[in-house]
Write a protein that binds this ligand. Structure first.
Ligand SMILES: [Zn+2]
Length: 208
């Protein structure tokens, strides 16, 4: 099956790297970004998600993999879908093309991922910069997948290697009016915001 998500980029989408200009949207760049948000979502649901860029720890491989790799793949376990990108002047259509049978829960989680990106995040690279990756979803075939929490709970918790960051549980979404006093209060209540020296990154994006 093919599912289409039609998106209007409010700012430019970036999928290039330092050497390459990002003139055409690359599948790998968008998949990488989707996976990042998907991992954060999975962890917030107490599922397991490894860090595919981390070479030091034990890795997901073949049948022994985490909830994120179940959909996005790892060595010995193929990604369940292919992403086609159709660009026009002011719209981008992402086509999710099923390669392996996908669970309804996976479509539902992917739907949620797009919505989180639309509401609070950004798609593609240069996440921490204000001028990239903001999207508005115009049409979304994945809308029909609205899995119940109980079903999601049943679906997640595979084994595999796991890393605890990024996790949506530790995201703070503030739409406007951020004041220093509030930040201080937050730091008192949410100890994770302090981070550990040399570990973790903090990103903030102005949404107003
Ligand atoms: Zn994994």
């Amino acid at each position: 099956m093919i599912y289409r998500i039609k998106v209007k980029p409010l700012t430019r989408l970036w999928t290039g790297d330092e050497q390459r200009k990002s003139e055409v949207l690359r599948e790998t760049g968008i998949i990488g970004s989707l996976r990042w948000w998907y991992e954060a979502l999975i962890r917030s649901l107490d599922g397991t998600a490894c860090d595919p860029t981390n070479n030091r720890k034990e890795k997901c491989e073949g049948k022994n993999h985490c909830d994120a790799c179940e959909l996005f793949g790892c060595s010995g376990w193929a990604r369940k879908f292919k992403l086609d990108i159709e660009e026009s002047d002011d719209e981008v259509i992402f086509k999710i093309i099923e390669l392996k049978k996908m669970d309804d829960i996976e479509f539902g989680l992917l739907n949620k991922t797009f919505k989180i990106i639309e509401d609070y995040g950004a798609l593609g690279g240069k996440l921490a910069e204000n001028s990239y990756g903001l999207i508005k979803i115009k049409e979304n075939d994945l809308e029909k997948f609205q899995p119940k929490k109980s079903k999601i709970r049943k679906y997640i918790k595979r084994g595999g290697s796991t890393v605890d960051n990024p996790n949506l549980k530790r995201f703070v979404f503030i739409k406007k009016g951020l004041k220093l006093q509030f930040v201080k209060k937050l730091k008192g209540e949410c100890t994770f915001l302090k981070g550990k020296p040399g570990k973790g990154k903090r990103y903030s994006r102005k949404l107003w």
